[in-house]
Structure formats: C-alpha cells, structure tokens
Ligand binder design. Sequence first.
Ligand code: PLP
Length: 411
Amino acid sequence: MKKSSANQLQDLQYFGEFGGVNPSISDSSTYTFLSAKTMFDTFEGNTEGCYLYSRHSSPSNLYLGEALAALEGTESANVYASGMGAISSVIMQLCNSGDHIVSSRTIYGGTYALLKNFMKKFVIETDFVDITAIEQVEKAICTNTKMIYCESVSNPLLEVADLKALAALANKYNIPLVVDNTFSPLSIKPVDLGADIIIHSLTKFINGTSDCVAGAVCGTAEFCLSLKDVNNGAGMLLGSTLDSLRAASILKNMRTLHIRMQKHSYNAQYLADKFEADGFRVVYPGLKSHSGHEVMKNQMNTSYGFGGLLTLDVGSLENANALMELMQTQKLGYLAVSLGFYKTLFSAPGTSTSSEIPMDEQLEMGLSNGLIRFSIGLDNDIERTYQMMTDCMKRLEITGNSTALNTTRNI
Ligand code: PLP
C-alpha cells in the first residue's frame, strides 16, 4: 500500500458564502424552513441538503466529515464532541444488551474503562485479548459477538494490529472490524485493509494544535446515517455533537496534516534510532526490533513514516518523573497527556492515560512503571533535541544500561 491518500484531501475545494476560500461557518443551532411540509420531510430524513438542528448536523460539521471521509477513503464520516463521544456512539449503535465485544487488551485507558466497566450497566461484555495473536482473537468470538475492536497502533504500547488478518476474521464471522486509527492517520488506511468502521480522536494529530477535543466515525453512508437517526441514532440521541466553530477550525488545521505527520515520524524515528543505539529500551514501530515492524511496513503508506509516538523505559517511576520534570524545565516539551502537538508531550502512562487499567493487567501487557510515552514534536533541529535529552539523562544518571525492566510499581 504505497499510494498517498493525501490527494483525495487535496482535491477538496470550498467556496464560502461570499466567495471566501474557507467555507462559511454555520453559526446557528437551528434552521428555518419555508414550508412546514419540508420540515416534516426533513425529520423523516427525506430532504437532502436541508438542515434541521445542529445536534443532527450542520454545514460546518458536514464539511469536516467530508474531509475525514476523504482521509480514510470511506463513503461518509460523522464528527463528535470527543474521541470518546465517537467510540461510545459506535458501541451503543452496534450492541444491544446481552451482546459481546472482542477487544484488544492494549487500548487507550478510557476506552478500556468504557468497555470493561461502564458497558456492564447495559450487560455488554468485552473479552480483552492479545490482538497480535489472531488465534486468541478467533477463540474469543462467540455467537453474540458484535464487533472486533482494536487500535491500528495501540495506546500506549504501540502494538501494531494486523488489520488484514483481523478483517478476514471479522468477515468470516460476519461482524464489523472497528479500528481506532488515532495514532496513525495517513500512515495506515484501515479501510484499504478491510476494516469497516474507523474512529479518530481528532483531538490528537488530525487537529494538531491541542486546543480542543473532538472525534470522528468514518464508515458507510448507511452506518453514518444510522448514527444520526432521530429515533434510534446513538450520535443523535446521546448528543455528543461537535460545535460548528470547532469543526471549522479543525478543518483548517487538517490541511497541514500530511506535512506534520512526515515531520513527527521523521523526528520520532531519529530519536528512536539514537536511543536504541545508546542501549535504552525503546519501543517504536519503525525499529527493526519492534515486534510489529514487519506488519506495519506491509500495511502502511511509507510516505508518512511510522508515526510520532515512541516509548522509552527509564527503569523506574522515580527516574521517569524526574526526567520528565527536568525536560520540561529545559523547554524540551510538556509533561502532559495527549499527542500530536507541535511540542513534544511526555507522560508516564501507568499513572496517567492508562491508570484505568488495573496494575496486574498493566504489568501483564508489558506496561512497566519506568515507561515514558513521548509524542514527538515538530522540532526543527532534532539532533539538538537529542543532545539536550541526553544531557538531561546524564544529569539524572539515567543510562541505557541502567534501564532494566522494573515490574514492581513503587508509588
Ligand atoms: N482513542 C485513543 C487512541 C486515544 O489516545 C484517546 C485519548 O487519549 C481517545 C481515543 C479518546 O479521545 P478524546 O480524548 O478525544 O475523547
């Protein structure tokens, strides 16, 4: 899969109300109708091009949806007020009480908590499996399984899902493969590998400016419409709607996504290579030592590299905390969760974004307590960044050889 999907995005062109080069922003929650009959027909979902109420849809949200559908190569896309709004809408739409989900065990902590704890209220059970072991995934599928759920590159362990193999399995059991592609926009295009529904937290790389939360669901026109159904649509009825002003600003930021992804990947690959050579335990899909390297290579668009995320194990939580604080004071980035910002962001996932996952399960999945997750920024001079990071480590006496895996949590 070498073809660039950026071209489809590039082909989109809008004219604003007064000929502006950006589409006009729909600054309204509700819309007038010249005839009562048209309003009724619109409620029934029969009037193409008419807007009803902005929780259902708005011109600005449709523009952003169109760009996301072009990005992922799907028929349609809906936008949501957050990534979790998108995920919960998909789950509630596809599952009824008594249904079952097979999910990767290494997923974003919030999604894990939603599936493991919250969905119990609705008697929707999830089996968490090692997504890289296809036979384990198949074994977990039951007659009431309604989806296979995974992240293309997982948060925070950067496991790479073999989407082709998973799609074949989903197809065999006639269930959808739902893929959260937040970590690898443009690099991986799940629909080309057979995935059915693609989810994004737009909060991350796609928006890229860390100024809002937003989410998206990309899929068939039928599925996207079903989410908006006024009688049965989870998106419409749970109400996780994106504000039009935000949709317009995300659309503008999305135009530089292809350039940003290349730079994030270039910088992350550079640091991963250097730190691995220095003897650190680095996890980055672009390293030959990564267990998912070959799978990723076979399913990625090489123009965009292996992504902007890497993890570094510095041996203990004390080391991790001290290093992150020092790097922040040295202006190397921010001790903050999230990803996809122009500055590097770092956090210890075990005590932050994955803290919803019980400790024994964290350790079982390889989430060690000295692990730092880095979302590598767009630094212009990455060699200088490497030197500065190395200086911070030296000051704290953290060396490549001192970072043996420590699996006892000491907080
Ligand atoms: N999916 C992944 C992979 C994430 O990392 C996150 C958040 O960190 C989410 C979904 C949730 O997105 P949001 O915070 O926009 O609700």
